[in-house]
Ligand binder design. Sequence first.
Ligand SMILES: Nc1ncnc2c1ncn2[C@@H]1O[C@H](COP(=O)(O)OP(=O)(O)O)[C@@H](O)[C@H]1O
Ligand SMILES: [Mg+2]
Length: 410
Amino acid sequence: MSDILERTLAGLRSALAVTPDNGPLRLQVAQILAELGRHNEAVEAARASLPHLDGEEAQQAQALVERLAPEPEPEEELAALADLDAVRRGGLVALKGGSEETELLALEPNRQTVDFSDVGGLDALKETIRMKIVLPFQQPEVFQKYGKSRGGGILLYGPPGCGKTLLARATAGEVGATFLNVAIDQVLDMWFGQSEAKLAALFEEARRLAPAVLFFDEVEAIGANRQQIRHGPGRTLVNQLLAEMDGVDSANDRVLVMAATNSPWHVDSALLRPGRFDRVVFVPPPDEVARSEILRLQLRERPVQDGIDLRPIVARTDGMSGADLADLVERSVEAPLREALRTGTARDLTAADLQGALGTTRPSTAGWFETARNYAQFANADNLYDDLVAYMDAANKRSGGKRRWWSFRD
Ligand SMILES: Nc1ncnc2c1ncn2[C@@H]1O[C@H](COP(=O)(O)OP(=O)(O)O)[C@@H](O)[C@H]1O
Ligand SMILES: [Mg+2]
């Protein structure tokens, strides 16, 4: 019997080769494949026949697909959910597991091993965070007593590579909280309503994992969500974030909201009003003491010659960010590493290695200040950039009137 079927199948297939758009023929192929127990191929053939069929035959093809199509893998099912009408289900999908959205949530939901001792410099800022965030978070009763239970968040801004992300992570470490690192572009979704659902799911997840620090990196991107704007009067993602933040009772929920940006002037101003990211804090490039600390931190895990004097090196790193310093150390080990590979013996890192790397490491913060000073000068109506202005003024004074890249007097 199956012999005959096989032969018929072969015949139909060669016919199809010349008339590929013949729907009824395809359907017949599908039915024979089904009869032969070759279900996957049958489903494939029935699907291929659908565009070329209508009426009863189309229904037959559809029925065959439905009868024989394998149960979707959980992951596919979730993906399908995410594609369709995701407004409501998005949140669910995000929490269920296995989907892209879960990865978003699983970005870094871990207890932090990094704390303030891993952050070089920034002493005043650490103190601010301790007083305004860490202590109230650790003693919610005191917080509540003074009626300060509602959320609000802290926004860190400054040149790239100066420790904003590190500081947020370290804040989580200080309070023994889970750190959820969210990149806005991963929240953004082309599907209407899906971004909002993801955001809601994130806050939900943060509550579930509490105590938690929910950190929005590159938060300026949230206002630049053109898709939302195109969708007209619907609630924007900015509004959704505001609503979610309003819904956080930091004392009860034990969720802290933090954010960072390199371009605060692009952050939607609605996010900066009282009760929102109302503490806007400048994270400056490391000063001499901080640079020395950061260098030490970066050298911690490397074999370094005893008694090495870092001062002359630190003196040559003005304008470098913490990331630049990390880069400097990375470059400085290249020479001894090459030597070790060649000679078979590993020697310690020397001051000369670091000096050598200085020649190829450029301070990266100057460009940022070029841009920032315009905003600090002309867009500081809300005194948002006061600490930036103070920083630039002080730097000017220190330079003794020499014209610097952040000079206001040119
Ligand atoms: N203050 C600092 N102390 C120690 N390391 C720092 C500091 N600032 C930057 N770094 C180093 O540079 C890297 C990048 O810093 P990051 O926090 O991502 O900067 P930002 O978020 O401001 O762009 C860090 O992972 C760390 O290795
Ligand atoms: Mg960062």
